[in-house]
Design a protein around this ligand. Sequence first.
Ligand SMILES: Cc1ncc(COP(=O)(O)O)c(C=O)c1O
Length: 386
Amino acid sequence: MAKYEQAERLQKLPPYLFVRLEKLAAEKRAEGMDLIDFGIGDPDLPTPEIIVKALQEAVAINKNQKYSSSQGEKDLRVAVAEWYKKRFDVDIDPNTQVCITLGSKEAIFNISQAFVECEDTIIAPSPGYPVYSGASTLFNEAKCVKIPLKEEKKWLLDVSDCPTGARMLYINYPNNPTGATCDIPYLKGVYDWCQKNKTILCLDNAYSEMCYDGYQAPSILQVGPDAVEFGSFSKTFSMTGYRLGYAVGHPELIAGLIKCKGQIDSGAPIFIQKAGIAALNLYPEDGRIPKEVADHMAIYAERRKVLVEGLRELGFDVPMTMGTFYVWFNCGMKSEDFTKKMLDLGIIVTPGNGFGESAEGYIRMTVTESVSRIKEALARMKNGKY
Ligand SMILES: Cc1ncc(COP(=O)(O)O)c(C=O)c1O
């Protein structure tokens, strides 16, 4: 028995998916294997230079080296509100409807600590980003009901499958891991259901700007004000390591989040928030995706095309989705078995069942490798008969 037993509630959690994968990959690397990595969703492309410059300038200024506040700096909150106007044509109050967060992961966790009681129910999609069902139920001792998403329903959560009386529901479109996207009528259906059932609706919109072929992801605030939406600088601007995001929505939900964060953190570093302002200000008045983001998306689009078409040639049925940088497909065997076979070929993929049991048999591949490395991986698969 360990000297310091972890609390039971922590012991109950499985190890975070990517920690397990990193360990397996590290073993292969130590054996000297050249690994082609389609595993974790971390952009390989650099942060646009203009954002890095803004950060460099900001960090040298004494007042930017102090504590921020748990709600975040006013100028970034204003920039977020202006961005919502440009991008979604919705008006939000930067004083009461915006909270700056340490990436969106933190907000997804803290919102449930702020509003969910012990024994309350949280609805999480399965497959889904692991934080909805893991960390969100960790310290409030809530119950999580996982609702299976199905390929035949285009991976859209069907509210008619959900229990009534739940305190909170998370949805995420554009979706990790499936790449599925939704439209405003779909969001309206979920919004109305949550209103009727007094369930707090959380839309994780971390991939709102990662879209292809002219598709633009909607915001829940285009449907109505009574919800909370999480956004992130991580994927849009290749800023995962900066840990910067925002929550917007109903003032009472934002107030609860700020109160909860006030006990835990003192806000994102001010100089990083200044970089966030530079990032959002790249958007023109008409809300079109700026060149810096569009250039990155063009690279992901090309890689995605090469990977999807290559996998199709190998006999897999792979959809060309409209959002995220994930390719998601049924591998025709257990996810874990396929993942291990791929690892033997020096290719890291993510087993779909790591995002929820209902995704057994599926695989996620992130297009964070160059086209030539993707072609190399496809050749390894062809020769190795995966
Ligand atoms: C669906 C989803 N939401 C939220 C996040 C967290 O992003 P961050 O905390 O970097 O903003 C991720 C990261 O991969 C994600 O896939």
